[in-house]
Design a protein. Structure first.
Length: 304
């Protein structure tokens, strides 16, 4: 993945100003309110956010299950807003793979692990022997080769999710989308599943986007995007570095996301700390923008 400031124009996931309004019994809910997100080909990104912030709505759109009310979304080169029914089916079959939280949604209970993977690997009418090789390679890649002849109920939750990743990868998608894949797992199994997604990314070059509440995800991904009120608000980027004692360390830097029209969301703790509300004063300096409480009675404490 390249620097956030120089995104690959043909990114695997490119969303601009996405809006999704749901109308239920005359009441409108704006689930996405101008969300923009760019993930370069081969990147791994975790999307986090409070309940109701719009994560599942975003995933529904990226997976081609739902269409936005406004804005644009291009995934693996497919324009999700303008594509027709046939292209949508092709997109879902060949360009994206999915892993859902509920293991029951990922795997057919009466088929073995190998049969579950083969079902998808067979969509392209691969010959039997070739298909078997593909299935075994994928199960080995996900470290569940020994589970090939077991049905889902004979697997642990973590093994089921790793088989589910193998299923999602069976058609060699360019993008792998996962919705809370560790939601039903304990910490150790969660770590294995997140590591498995990373492994797939490294070995196959698949772009991975994972929606999660799992705080340990930060140990596994270098980019975390926070969604707040239907928009991307902040991003944390992590990179390996060497500290002053020469030891390897990980440096995490938090960025606010600036959209195309210049809007950004200040983190809650900033607005609370300086009691910023309603309106603020801005000042353009040579290398930063200053933000002060708009209330004239208060101190002009600089918030960089
Ligand atoms: N089909 C729908 N009809 C009406 N409102 C909806 C629908 N789907 C989502 N919403 C609303 O849109 C907002 C965003 O919901 P969404 O499920 O995307 O949030 P989320 O971040 O995934 O939450 P959680 O972490 O709890 O799954 C919420 O206010 C939700 O109630």
């Amino acid at each position: 993945m390249s620097d956030v400031n120089q995104p690959d124009p043909d990114g695997a996931i490119v969303c601009s100003d996405l809006v999704r309004v749901f109308s239920t019994r005359g009441i409108e809910v704006q689930a996405l309110q101008g969300l923009s997100l760019h993930v370069d080909s081969g990147g791994v990104v975790a999307v986090v956010g409070a309940s109701g912030s719009g994560k599942s709505t975003l995933l529904g759109i990226l997976s081609g299950l739902d269409v936005p009310t406004a804005g644009s979304a291009v995934v693996a080169g497919h324009d999700l807003v303008t594509m027709g029914r046939r292209e949508r089916v092709e997109f879902r079959r060949h360009s994206v793979g999915f892993v859902w939280q509920q293991t029951a949604r990922n795997l057919l209970p009466y088929l073995t692990a190998a049969e579950n993977v083969a079902l998808i690997a067979g969509v392209g009418r691969r010959a039997g022997r070739r298909r078997r090789v593909v299935v075994d390679e994928l199960l080995a890649l996900l470290d569940v080769g020994d589970c090939r002849d077991r049905r889902p109920r004979e697997l642990s939750g973590g093994q089921q999710q790793r088989v589910a990743i193998a299923v999602a990868m069976a058609n060699a998608p360019r993008v792998l989308l996962a919705d809370e894949p560790t939601g039903e797992l304990d910490e150790a199994a969660s770590a294995e599943v997140l590591a498995a997604m990373n492994h797939v990314n490294r070995e196959r070059g698949t772009t991975v986007l994972v929606v999660t509440h799992d705080a340990t995800v930060t140990d596994h991904v270098s980019r975390t995007v926070q969604i707040r009120d239907g928009r991307t608000s902040t991003e944390v980027l992590r990179r390996a570095a060497v500290d002053e004692h020469g030891a390897d360390t990980v440096v995490a830097e938090e960025y606010a996301v600036l959209d195309r029209v210049g809007r950004l969301q200040l983190p809650d703790e900033f607005t609370r700390a300086l009691e910023l509300r309603d309106r603020v004063r801005l000042a353009l300096e040579s290398d930063h923008v200053g933000v002060w409480p708009g209330d004239d009675d208060r101190d002009t404490t600089e918030a960089r």
